[in-house]
Design a protein around this ligand. Structure first.
Ligand SMILES: [Mg+2]
Length: 363
């Protein structure tokens, strides 16, 4: 549960002590004296014995899914954050300069990166323009979609055959349908499924969660094949604790599964050490760049789960992570883009740069 605890700590730092307290205990529009705060905290921990874990979950749900503007989001905070994580568009020339003599490999998250975040996860469609931009990028550079979604689901959104797809947080990796010299798998293009033994368990948990969350309005459970997502974007914040309790009651029966969080989503995954960062490393190896300096991986994503990939790039001292966010966030990414429309612009510029500056012809 280290992640959740860390999130709660970050939350306190960024949003103040209000974030530690259940909404019902907060007097409206009152500024707290130190004595008030001490008393409220004491009340929380005394009256909610046994519920501490759930409170930590709910705090973490708030931290990863801000529903209101944070009081500390001043213009100064934003300015200093953007200095540390400048726009990948304004730094485009520098990024391209770093790629000199290297092969650019593109890694793209899907939700919130290529598609807008929408209320119904089944309707997170990408635009035709974005699809064209991704298709063009994939003509010039090896390109992978790395997502928490089920691979088949994300393929039904992207609909491009020339890409690698790493679904279920990289636990289900498939190569391009045509091509290629890199393809190692012979099972319909599948390259790697490190958690295949978990399939029956995940299916069981999916069914249990559908049943347990039926009474919570707006909750949506999605079977992502190697992980299960519980979306709470449409759940009233008052019901978040009830939802967390139901998820915990299921998770408690499966010690081989763990909880992680994304934007307005709780995710249940196998405890194996595998994430988007490992998937990135696996794909680089599959492409023949395991120990190579001749590669410049660029990973674009908007979610906390993308941080694993940003961290891998930072630790390798190779390539760049680009965080899609309008708000300052703790991140291991080097650069930022504000929203999917800027991602599209970045992809287009990449293709134009390859076409015109380098005189590159599509392979
Ligand atoms: Mg995302």
């Amino acid at each position: 549960m280290t992640n959740q605890q860390n999130v709660a700590v970050l939350d306190v730092k960024s949003r103040g002590l209000r974030s530690l307290l259940p909404p019902s205990s907060l007097p409206a529009a009152k500024s707290f004296s130190p004595t008030d705060l001490k008393m409220l905290l004491k009340k929380r921990f005394e009256t909610e014995k046994g519920g501490a874990k759930i409170n930590a979950w709910v705090d973490s749900m708030r931290a990863s899914s801000p529903t209101r503007v944070r009081s500390t989001d001043s213009t100064d905070d934003k300015s200093s954050w953007i200095v540390q994580h400048p726009s990948a568009l304004s730094m485009f020339e520098q990024i391209m300069a770093a790629s000199k003599g290297k092969r650019i490999v593109m890694f793209l998250d899907y939700d919130g990166t290529l598609s807008p975040i929408v209320e119904d996860p089944d309707r997170a469609f990408m635009s035709g323009e974005m699809r064209a931009a991704v298709r063009d990028v994939a003509r010039y550079f090896p390109t992978a979609i790395v997502t928490g979604r089920c691979r088949d689901k994300v393929y039904s959104f992207v609909k491009l055959s020339g890409l690698y797809y790493a679904g279920s947080h990289g636990m289900d990796i498939r190569g391009p349908s045509k091509c290629c010299k890199y393809k190692k798998g012979n099972n319909n293009g599948v390259l790697f499924q490190p958690a295949s033994e978990f399939l029956p368990m995940i299916d069981e948990v999916y069914k249990a969660l559908v049943e347990k969350t039926r009474s919570i309005g707006g909750a949506k459970v999605e079977n992502n094949k190697f992980c299960v997502s519980v979306h709470f974007r449409c759940v009233d914040e008052k019901s978040w604790a009830a939802l967390a309790e139901q998820v915990r009651s299921v998770l408690n029966q499966y010690p081989k599964l763990k909880l992680t969080q994304g934007r307005k989503v709780l995710e249940i995954r196998p405890t194996i050490k595998w994430d988007k960062g490992r998937a990135l490393e696996f794909l680089l190896e599959a492409l023949g760049y395991a120990n190579s300096d001749d590669v410049l991986p660029i990973y674009i994503g908007d979610d906390r789960t993308d941080e694993d990939a940003f961290k891998v790039l930072r630790d390798r001292g190779q390539g760049f992570g680009i965080l899609v966010s309008k708000e300052p966030k703790e991140t291991n990414a080097s650069y930022s883009l504000q929203e999917p429309s800027e991602v599209k612009e970045f992809l287009r510029r990449l293709v134009d740069w390859k076409k015109y500056s380098q005189g590159g012809a599509a392979p």
